[in-house]
Design a protein around this ligand. Sequence first.
Ligand SMILES: *[C@@H]1O[C@H](CO)[C@@H](O)[C@H](O)[C@H]1NC(C)=O
Ligand SMILES: *[C@@H]1O[C@H](CO)[C@@H](O)[C@H](O)[C@H]1NC(C)=O
Length: 470
Amino acid sequence: MPNKLFTGFAALFCFCFFLLGSIIQRSSLFVLDVENKATVQAAERELTERTWDVQEGTTGVVARRALLDRLMLEEEVPEDDEEDKVPSVLRESPEGRLKVFVYDLPSKYNTKLLEKDSRCLNHMFAAEIFVHRNLLNSSIRTMDPSEADWFYTPVYTTCDLTPNGLPLPFKAPQLMRSAIRWVAEHYPYWNRSEGADHFFTVPHDFGACFHYQEEEAIKRRILPVLQRATLVQTFGQNNHVCLKEGSIVVPPYAPPQKMRSRFIPPDTPRSIFVYFRGMFYDISNDPEGGYYARGARAAIWENFKDNPLFDLSSDHPSTYYEDMQRAVFCLCPLGWAPWSPRIVESVIFGCIPVIIGDDIVLPFSDAIRWDEISVYVAEKDVQNLDTILTAIKPEEIMAMQRKMWKPEVRTAMLFPQPAEPGDSFHQILNGLARKLPHKPEVFVKPGEHPIDWTAGPQQDQDEWRGDDEN
Ligand SMILES: *[C@@H]1O[C@H](CO)[C@@H](O)[C@H](O)[C@H]1NC(C)=O
Ligand SMILES: *[C@@H]1O[C@H](CO)[C@@H](O)[C@H](O)[C@H]1NC(C)=O
């Protein structure tokens, strides 16, 4: 079985790694030139050979026996071992449990934006597009709004891109308000609940706070008209004004087809100990330093750039996906926001996520036991990353790898097209189904108006016009 094979090889290599690591401290073996396949292979061969050399010694033989014993024990672990079971909510199906009505908004709020710049179909905020597309084609969709449990307003707020492909969140509040205004004028359902039986996808950095800098996002708070709605968002942090109670925290979008086409044989050794590719500083937006990633990424670089256990770079190599499959731990530090697609990539490629982002709320945390498949490191402990990670026992690493490799967990991270049972889209629907039936207070009493349309910054109140209205 590929899974068993994977676990076995991963176990062998992890174990050998640790064995070696303790004998040849900080061996340069683990610094691989990831751009160069031949170097990688040579290093792997050397690692294997030297590991077996080591095993000629007494320690090696004892260790090897212990490893083999453990692998044999592993073979006997039954498939449905209590400890290894994925939580049952992850296996739920939304079928027959909810009906969703999708508002037929003018296309300027969604598909026209996409036509103008299709790059937003592939960036990490693309969930808003796939949730919409999947809903249109889903069996839980109803064409009769009078029987709907939930209403969906498909607004692509992150599809307005700069020439560099970065989303401009500044017009998003106007876009969103204007779409809701349209919905409230054309149907009776918004006014009936003032949004409390409506859900929205707001995948930007700080969700419906619509700003990429935390300080500004906190000042803005959640767009007032969305105060009662259920928000589906990638941002999650405890006790944060941009995470409303009852929100559904989802994985960021990472391209499923592309990732799935890049699997390497599962028995490939994981010869990189810690892997990270990405920015350490954001000089243009944070020239003084210390604000971006609250200094955590800078601390990673300063402390570990010369440490052979760490494979760090700000380059984005073409072998990025393959490299993750050769690594034991993948760093997932906060950036501007606490989350990034690295968490999805790590799980898909079987590299244990090392999550650095205090108080982060992870995707579907009511259905996925993140503490069993990842390592949390507090932002203040970043300078101890090496000791924290090398202290983790091989059997703990193996257990994390095994639990992370469960198909249910990996499928839940993705938005494939067409949708697949158990994928992120289905987990969102499951989350919405679990909120039913609506409590009576969802529906507003006659004469009551909990939503204040005039609240918030003045520029947000400006009417949004699509290009077609100019
Ligand atoms: C809903 O309420 C708003 C005012 O808050 C009003 O302008 C709109 O016409 C109402 N919608 C319907 C369908 O009655
Ligand atoms: C729509 O759903 C059907 C099955 O229900 C599937 O075969 C088809 O590929 C889906 N289309 C898209 C565009 O997702």
